[in-house]
Ligand binder design. Structure first.
Ligand code: PXP
Length: 247
């Protein structure tokens, strides 16, 4: 059985730092603690408006991390140049709107196919694995396969954010189906957005999902019990759900 990997998104350590300027708290320090606590990778999103992670953060993370860096980026020339300069382990292409609070939906790969192709190729030519952040929708999965992406990351926000148990079940079915299709067509499957202790289990139990990327909940919970304790607990919930699913 493949171990389910945990990517810790450290954007919101930078959000807190930026509230006062200065250097504290340091996202790289958070990344090191995450690694000690069992994170398999670190995710950071350099947004066009630099509201949290900065260019300097990306440089330091790329130079100093000993676990893989997943660089989340919009498909723009500026971000492509930064990715090619730092050569992260992977780049996850995400849609980005200045006015949104967070990444509110998946990338429309089907519609943006021609525009995205050159980004996927340029990154892969430098041995950077390419992930596309998409809705759990068969049309988007097919389009991602046509682009020869390495990975799809399923946006699980609709599943996580609803409080209606029927709707949550419907959204979970979409994720299960999308993860099965990804496996059939040869795409590595990740998932992320909005995962918490309460929502992680059913997603972690899907055997063809290889990695979960989790940020906001972990950083928020860390305020109360510390980052290491929070990540250890999330790791345990993920492993328990995966082990029970295959038992
Ligand atoms: N994966 C992607 C592609 C994202 O854009 C985000 C949010 O930045 C996450 C995972 C993590 O989501 P959250 O912070 O809600 O855990």
């Amino acid at each position: 059985m493949n171990k389910l990997r945990l990517g810790v998104n450290i954007d919101h350590v930078a959000t807190i730092r930026n509230a006062r300027g200065g250097a504290h708290p340091d996202p790289l320090r958070a990344a090191r603690i995450a690694e000690t606590a069992g994170a398999d990778g670190i995710t950071a999103h350099l947004r066009e408006d630099r509201r949290h992670i900065s260019d300097h953060d990306i440089k330091r993370l790329a130079e100093e991390l000993t676990i893989p860096l997943n660089f989340e980026m919009a498909a723009t020339e500026e971000m492509l140049d930064i990715a090619l300069a730092h050569k992260p382990h992977a780049s996850c292409l995400v849609p980005e709107k200045r006015e949104e609070r967070t990444t509110e939906g998946g990338l429309d790969v089907a519609k943006g196919h021609n525009m995205l192709q050159s980004y996927v190729s340029s990154l892969q030519n430098e041995n950077i694995r390419v992930s596309l952040f998409i809705e759990p929708d068969p049309v988007q999965l097919e389009a991602a396969a046509h682009l020869s992406a390495d990975i799809v990351e399923l946006h699980v926000g609709a599943y996580c954010d609803t409080t209606d148990s029927m709707k949550r079940q419907i959204e979970l079915e979409k994720i299960i189906q999308a993860a099965a299709i990804a496996d059939e067509i040869g795409l590595e499957c990740h998932a992320g957005h909005g995962l918490t202790y309460g929502t992680v289990g059913p997603v972690a139990a899907i055997p063809t999902i290889a990695e979960l990327n989790i940020g906001h909940f972990l950083i928020g919970e860390a305020i109360f019990v510390g980052l290491e304790t929070t990540i250890l607990e999330m790791r345990q919930l993920m492993d328990d759900a995966r082990n029970q699913a295959v038992a």
